[in-house]
Design a protein around this ligand. Structure first.
Ligand code: NAD
Length: 321
């Protein structure tokens, strides 16, 4: 019988992203138990050992161990960071097909374990992999969440903080849409402290410019490629984004985070997972925040959703493989 006071996370995929999340979680102390699962059992075992050796220095005690899918039965959250990478010359659709097959080998045994909590997906392309998780699990969409544009939003806030000379935590701006090339920054909704970015630029007497905001947009979208070129992969930022979402769930925080959520008619869009600010609490997605977008922003957002929908259709054809 599970002690319901204990907060348990099961992590599937102990690669760069998974372990950056696990390490950040050990340091944040946001859960009591963490089980590491990977197709490479030896890797998961070594990672659990390594993390356990940090416990003496952690701010609280935790149970950390390597396990298998049966260990998900009493987990509150299953975080998925497992996946295969693009082979040289491989197109996006065939990568999707392979990751679809990987997810079948993960979601089915997780469900068979009796897991009845919340899925949190990081594997790319995250919006589509989250939709696949929804379909394979049969869960309500409130309990299937993707990391969405949380990382992109954090990148935006960092760059804006740097440009305007302010703590990124006092920047209120969002990246919405696909976690990828078609993502959008609705500048009409961007604030630094209590001031609209448009007003700040307008009244800055040339100190700040709309041109530079455009450069920030481009740098947000290009950031992943630049990091991958420099060091092979990105993982610290996404690891911390995942911890932030986990904390919002366990703390029943009702925090607004730009996770990947299922659209249900907002802006006339439905049946697609996409990054939008949503209220996160103990039950998962509790609400989706509809932004007051300009016509242009709305059209770009709808285009991003349409792109995701079209790509997801390619996967549906192998649904019954
Ligand atoms: P990685 O190759 O380091 O790790 C992947 C792990 O998945 C490996 O340990 C591998 O053994 C495991 N794995 C593969 N198939 C499995 C299966 N069938 N069952 C269980 N485990 C399996 O990759 P990474 O750098 O950690 O990236 C992981 C994913 O996260 C990628 O899809 C990457 O694109 C994505 N990512 C997402 C974001 C985001 O913002 N959502 C940011 C960065 C990376």
């Amino acid at each position: 019988m599970k002690n319901t006071d204990l907060k348990k996370v099961a992590l599937v995929g102990t690669g760069f992203v998974g372990m950056s999340f696990a390490y950040a979680l050990l340091n944040s102390g946001d859960c009591d138990q963490l089980v590491l699962i990977d197709i490479n059992k030896e890797k998961a075992h070594g990672e659990a050992m390594d993390l356990n050796h940090g416990l003496s220095f952690a701010k609280r005690n935790m149970l950390i161990y390597d396990g298998d899918y049966t260990d998900c039965h009493d987990a509150d959250i299953v975080v998925i960071a497992a996946g295969v990478n693009q082979k040289e010359g491989e197109d996006r659709i065939s990568l999707l097909h392979r990751n679809f097959k990987v997810f079948k080998t993960i979601i089915e045994p997780v469900i068979e374990s009796g897991f009845n909590g919340i899925f949190l997906v990081a594997t790319n392309p995250v919006d589509i992999m989250t939709k696949i998780t929804l379909e394979l699990s049969g869960f309500d969409s409130s309990r299937v969440i993707g990391s969405g544009t949380t990382l992109d939003t954090a990148r935006l806030r960092y760059l804006m903080g740097d440009y305007f000379g302010i703590d990124p935590r006092n920047v209120h701006a969002y990246v919405i849409g696909e976690h990828g090339d078609s993502e959008i920054i609705p500048w009409s909704q961007a604030y630094v402290t209590t001031k609209s970015v448009y007003d700040i630029v307008e009244y800055s007497k040339g100190k700040f410019s709309f041109n530079e905001l455009n450069n920030i947009s481009k740098n947000v979208t290009r950031a992943a490629q630049e990091i991958i070129k420099a060091k092979g992969a990105t993982y610290y930022g996404i690891g911390m984004s995942l911890v932030r979402i986990v904390r919002a769930i366990f703390g029943d925080e009702k925090s607004a985070l730009t996770v990947s959520v299922m659209m249900n008619g907002q802006y006339g869009v439905d049946d697609v997972y996409v990054g939008m600010p949503a209220i996160i609490g103990r039950k998962g997605i509790e609400d989706i925040i509809v932004l007051d977008l300009t016509e242009d922003e709305k059209n770009s957002f709808i285009n991003s959703c349409n792109f995701l929908k079209e790509t997801t259709k390619e996967i549906k054809c192998i649904k019954h493989d």
